[in-house]
Design a protein around this ligand. Structure first.
Ligand code: AMP
Length: 280
């Protein structure tokens, strides 16, 4: 597996692969890889001739008071996993390589970026769209793989690709969970044992919400209230949001009529966790 730190190096390999007629799959990550990332890489390996995994803690998607400095990293372990899974190239640039000392251009998607995580992280999705655009252009990938764990991010990237005619197919992949239901996340490593136990409350509450929707409850307010009460029963939790939104514009709904996303963001101690479920 090739380890590349420079954009020019990646482009050199991509040029060779394109010339040989290979299809290219891209898996954008911030590293500290776990089974959730592995599921995306496995799918990319199965569906493409060559697979590029980017491993880059993207500074511009972090707000001023967020965890950029402490975000967990283990590049050696990431390389081992990517190589075992059959990835062809891992791209691990320094922030200077991606943004230099002056950077003036941003990509972004209105409306979809305003609600849910966008409310408490107003610059986050522009940072995501910008890095994703750069990675699409650098890798010239035919397909890019994203997890439904970050449903809003996936919806925004899909929208950007559609609106701006990017020449890439976006593939959404299901949420991979721990045995007790907690969605796998690099940030779970912040949790101490007591918080780790408490964190299962997100899944418990969402499961109850899902049962209500599947057994015919149509009032969003009733479902939000139940989910909120369950999460609040956990003393270590503090809710950022609990929302039911339509899956296209991601705007809150009053009554469930079509495909619906139920999404939560909750602090367990100081760690902000997100989870969701989608009912088609
Ligand atoms: P991150 O490194 O957290 O930026 O995530 C990189 C990609 O992996 C994103 O597309 C995430 O949605 C996806 N991902 C993270 N956790 C999971 C999970 N538990 N299941 C599926 N995909 C995930």
């Amino acid at each position: 597996m090739i380890i590349a730190e420079k954009i020019s190096e990646v482009k050199k390999y991509i040029k060779e692969w394109k010339k040989a007629g290979y299809s290219i799959g891209l898996v954008p990550t911030m590293g500290y890889l776990h089974e959730g990332h592995a599921s995306l890489i496995e799918r990319a390996v199965a569906e493409n001739d060559k697979v590029v995994v980017s491993d880059f803690v993207n500074p511009i998607q972090f707000g001023a008071n967020e965890d950029l400095a402490t975000y967990p990293r283990d590049f050696d372990a990431d390389c081992k996993l990517c190589s075992e899974l059959g990835a062809d190239l891992i791209f691990h640039p320094e922030p200077e390589e991606m943004y230099g000392d002056a950077f003036y251009s941003y990509a972004g998607v209105n409306t979809l970026s305003e609600g849910l995580c966008g409310k408490s992280r107003p610059t986050h999705f522009n940072g995501v769209c910008t890095v994703v655009t750069k990675l699409f252009n650098i890798s010239e990938a035919d397909r890019a793989y994203f997890g439904e764990k970050d449903f809003q991010q996936l919806a925004i990237v899909r929208r950007m690709v559609k609106d701006l005619n990017y020449n890439i197919e976006i593939i959404g992949c299901p949420i991979i969970r721990e045995e007790d239901g907690l969605a796998k996340s690099s940030r779970n490593s912040y949790l101490n044992p007591e918080e780790r136990k408490a964190a299962v409350i997100l899944h418990k509450a969402l499961t109850q919400g899902k049962e209500m929707i599947c057994s015919g409850e149509k009032k969003a307010e009733t479902i939000v209230k139940t989910i909120t009460e369950i999460i609040e029963s956990e003393p270590l939790s503090k809710i950022d949001y609990v929302e039911l939104v339509d899956s296209e514009k991601l705007k809150p709904v009053k009554t469930i009529e079509g495909p619906i996303l139920t999404a939560v963001a909750v602090y367990i101690g100081k760690t902000r966790l997100i989870d969701n479920f989608f009912v088609d």
